[in-house]
Design a protein around this ligand. Structure first.
Ligand SMILES: O=C(O)CCC(=O)C(=O)O
Length: 277
């Protein structure tokens, strides 16, 4: 079994810090350099099957699921919220304290050769001062705002439909999407600045939302894309309006520990006895 995986796909969590799989120094180096990272084969075959089946039922026949399982990250797929590999990344990049990390948005990405709608829509990029999209390096550590975790549940063949990213663009100084002056020529898919990846099912792609990125046309006829894209952020900021699937019934059905990822946007408790620094 991959050292980065949970022992089994489970609905209940008793997660402790010992279930955090820390990033290696090289992973941190790569993430800071490029703004993204691909970690192949994080989930076991069984875990991939469980999550994929849940996504299929949720997409095709949601009424057949108990109400509190009607979300991509609910029921048998709940374990992906705080998978040890994900926590190792978020606690390194957002905040070492689990209670300061929020899951703020989620969606499923399905692409196939039949879908010919334009997927090439580059966005973000450049040093970003918006607190929810910021990226900084200070006192020896990364401070990333919105951090995207992509679970690729099917094989991705390189250059055939995975997310495309411009390495280093989260730190670019001479252009900024926020200022509206990102060079058009750099957005050409053949400009030479884009990078993408291939990976087996169950892989993790992690990127700072501040990196310029886009979806791309799926041209692999052997399998469609089946991915879950989750946006985490520091608990003091929020970029996305909550998705309808992030509702009290779904959240209330989760383990108490995981419910903490959906709390409101605040850090300091009114209850001063429980005040945390
Ligand atoms: O679907 C993709 O590959 C990219 C998704 C995207 O653009 C985003 O997360 O903002």
């Amino acid at each position: 079994m991959n050292a980065a995986t949970t022992p089994q796909a489970q609905n209940e969590s008793n997660q402790t810090d010992s279930q955090v799989h820390p990033m290696s120094e090289y992973e941190k180096f790569l993430f800071d350099l490029k703004g993204f990272l691909v970690i192949p084969g994080v989930l076991t075959e069984k875990e991939v099957r469980i999550v994929r089946e849940h996504i299929k039922t949720y997409t095709e026949n949601p009424e057949s699921l108990p109400e509190h399982h009607r979300a991509p990250m609910a029921g048998p797929a709940e374990f992906i919220i705080d998978h040890p590999r994900v926590m190792g990344i978020l606690q390194e990049m957002i905040d070492p304290r689990r209670e300061r990390i929020r899951l703020e948005s989620i969606f499923i990405s399905s692409r196939s050769v039949e879908n010919t709608s334009n997927q090439w829509r580059p966005h973000v990029g450049g040093t970003n001062l918006d607190p929810s999209l910021t990226y900084r390096f200070h006192n020896g550590r990364i401070y990333s705002g919105m951090t995207r975790i992509v679970w690729e549940l099917n094989e991705v063949k390189k250059g055939q439909g995975g997310t495309c990213l411009v390495p280093g663009s989260h730190k670019a100084n001479l252009a900024s999407a926020q200022e509206g002056n990102w060079p058009e020529e750099a957005d050409d898919p053949d400009s030479g600045v884009w990078e993408t990846y291939g990976c087996p099912p169950g892989s993790l792609v992690v990127f700072s939302e501040g990196v310029r990125h886009t979806g791309s046309q799926w041209t692999n006829p052997d399998n469609p894309r089946c991915a879950i894209l989750m946006a985490y952020n520091h608990v003091a900021v929020r970029h996305h309006e909550p998705k309808p699937c992030m509702n009290p019934v779904v959240i209330g059905g989760m383990s108490e520990e995981r419910q903490g990822f959906f709390k409101d946007v605040w850090v300091l408790s009114n209850d001063r006895r429980n005040r945390k620094k």
